[in-house]
Design a protein around this ligand. Structure first.
Ligand code: BT5
Length: 249
């Protein structure tokens, strides 16, 4: 793996054990911390996924959140989950060069088809058009992965590669995120979308999308300017899906 250097201007706060690094990001933001600051914990006792789901993060895995204040509208801020996915994908690929490391809409990183990292973006809930702060939470399975998940999971250890200390993984993640974040700030989402699509699994293939009240089958055509999934249906129609789960095959 190439060497990486810690990005200039980013602070770091480390914990041995914490409830959730995203929750700590929220606490720091509410207390007035300006950021950008990475929060990392060796272990989370209440790691969370989307929609109240649990994220398992035992010691040996990476659990980290970046608290930052982009000063951009909420719709634009949501694009940062794609920035995080690209950064996490490249970090994992760097440690597992022999694996097929891909992103899966909206926020997962897969290695050889199994989930190795997940992303949880949370924002201040003040109702303002421009969120006061964002927490970009990233969990990556370095040494361990759960076996009882709906979607199969894996880890660097299960891939048979050398497992880095979580701090090394964070260094590469933080360096990569900072690079892609600068590109997003300077050039907007189009370039990020292209970079994400270049890493996406199953582009142009038939997928299933589970929405809140229905399940759809269609061709994964891409993502739109807001990051929504584009699903090609019969008769040339395209459905735009803002939230849901995707299944391949
Ligand atoms: C995610 O949610 O994938 C977002 C995970 C974000 C975790 C980070 S860790 C640092 C920061 N602090 C936090 O508290 N959270 C963030 P979702 O797509 O909802 O996936 C959750 C589902 O994945 C669960 O319902 C399980 O089925 C499965 N799962 C739980 N732990 C897993 C793991 N370690 N690896 C793979 N799958 C897991």
């Amino acid at each position: 793996m190439n060497t990486a250097t810690w990005p200039v201007g980013y602070a770091l706060k480390e914990f041995e054990s914490i409830d959730s690094t995203n929750e700590e990001a929220r606490r720091l933001a509410v207390a007035g911390e300006r950021g950008p600051i990475w929060i990392m914990a060796a272990r989370q006792t209440a790691g969370r996924g989307r929609r109240g789901r649990v994220w398992e993060s035992p010691s040996g895995n990476l659990a980290a959140s970046l608290m930052l204040r982009p000063g951009r509208p909420a719709g634009d801020c949501a694009q940062l989950s794609f920035v995080a996915a690209i950064a996490a994908c490249d970090m994992i690929a760097g440690f597992a060069p022999g694996a097929e490391v891909r992103v899966k809409w909206p926020n997962d990183v897969l290695a050889n088809g199994a989930k190795i990292a997940g992303i949880l973006l949370e924002a201040s809930s003040s109702g303002a058009d421009i969120p006061a702060w964002l927490a970009v939470g990233i969990g990556a399975n370095l040494a361990h992965h759960p076996t009882d998940t709906e979607f199969p999971a894996t880890s660097l250890a299960a891939l048979g590669v050398t497992v880095p200390p979580p701090r090394d993984a964070l260094l590469h993640l933080a360096a990569s995120f900072a690079k892609w974040y600068e590109s997003w700030r300077a050039d907007g989402f189009a370039f990020i979308r292209d970079a994400w699509l270049a890493r996406a699994l199953g582009l142009g293939t038939r997928i299933r999308a589970r929405l809140q009240n229905e399940e759809l089958s269609g061709v994964f055509e891409g993502i739109d300017g807001g990051g929504a999934l584009l699903l090609g249906m019969t008769a040339g129609r395209t459905r735009t899906i803002a939230a849901g789960e995707v299944f391949f095959g």
